[in-house]
Design a protein around this ligand. Sequence first.
Ligand code: ME8
Length: 520
Amino acid sequence: MSDDRFYITTPIFYPNGVPHIGHAYTAVATDVLARFQRLDGKKVMFLTGTDEHGQKMQQTAEGEGIEPIELADRNSAVFRRMVEMLGCSNDDFIRTTEDRHREACQALWRRMEDNGDIYLDTYGGWYSVRQEAFFDEKETTLGEDGVRREPLGSPVEWVEEESYYFRLSAYGDKLLEHYRDNPDFIGPAERRNEVVSFVKGGLKDLSISRTTFDWGVPVPGNPDHVMYVWVDALTNYLTAAGYPDETDENWPFWPADVHIIGKDIIRFHAVYWPAFLMSAGVPLPQRVFAHGFLLNKGEKMSKSVGNVVDPFNLVEAYGRDQLRYFLMRETVFGQDGSYSHEAIVARINADLANDLGNLAQRSLSMIGKNCDAAVPKRGELTAADTAMLEQARGALREAREAMAHQRIHAALGTIFGAVSEANRYFAGQEPWALRKTDPDRMATVLWTTAETLRILAILAQPVIPEAAGKLLDLLAVPETERDFAHVDVAYELKAGVPLPKPQGVFPRFVEQDEAAGKGA
Ligand code: ME8
């Protein structure tokens, strides 16, 4: 939005299975971006949820001998627990089976219909009853027995089904014009290029209703049809903003500032969605940003390979903030990334335990012992002190610029680069050696270190909310002075404020067999 509102969304997840690390990745990234804007003074609406309709849901439920809504209830609850467990600060959790959502979908449909963009026709395709799915002719093979089969071997027959179509073919030029006039509409650049060339290739009208199953939003005026699940799913972003009620308190959040999605669903978000909105006369989102895929040791995760990782287990094994930090720091947001146990442990121990944790522990325990457990009194600052503080404060400007373009890794690089610099500063100033020779200077060095930690802890809150909060507690920073506005010198640490007893913020990750070995 143009005002101080900021609306950000994750994809809504299919609850036909349980969550995996890919879902956790997209949720954490969106949360980091949402928290950043909130700390930067914006009124944020952060939406996530579950996409509960469609044939896949209906089939999975049938396979389990339950109703689709039972499957949706059960797994949607697991997704909800996942986002909580990851520390996501979402303001709403939408389920597409809610009444508010059916109303929004039907309203959008009517507007597209009123605009002349929806027509009834016949959809023809090769249908497998066993698979309950249509196949493209090129996917099927005609056997010597004269029977045509789909790739898994079941026979297919030519079936014609009545279907509503959306006149997508009429929107090619308008979309290309929009991409041209709004170069930030799609990020990163690779995805933008991919979408532009897809649209330049020509768009066909889109079948947007089905009659062979009923687990969906009924088409207004023709309940024999349910809406194609993507029309239904994409509309969730409008539902949460109160659509079609433009007097809803959330409507001022629309258009969304950014939809965060995986690269697998860019076409739906950057082609179909804006075309639907143009047709319905609804303003388009400002930006769609597609991140890459997370690979397990370089391999694509799949149930058949058996390498799908449960996010609940990961948080239990490594810790919530540790996992969040790893996911956001290790890979360039927008490109594919890999993860492995070794990589997670290396990040935790190097960046969090050694750099941030140790610096906090060493400086705060020196203050505890030598400065009456209170914020030390600073004397005149040297060039080295000022340079350290300027680097920490400058990290806010750089992080702000990076986060505006979803360059989360770059923002963290800047903030944690300043943490490393603070370690060098502390080691170089040798406050322990000054204790006898120049206690005033020691106090100044410790003050500078503590003030640097205050600034960097404020900036690190979006990614490691719990640990950064604990560090700010140790620095006796009031809860009301933890926004980015408080990075300003006006809020610097005041001499004499009592500090609590220092505690570790980030323990080292110790392998279980190592820990067991030590204990033996
Ligand atoms: O597509 N690495 O839902 P979905 C990174 N319901 N991210 C991954 C990933 C991986 N290996 N696997 C999944 C749907 N994701 C639709 C969306 S939106 C209106 C409807 C993430 O449960 C990625 O963000 O298959 C992807 O877009 C999302 O999970 C899709 O989850």
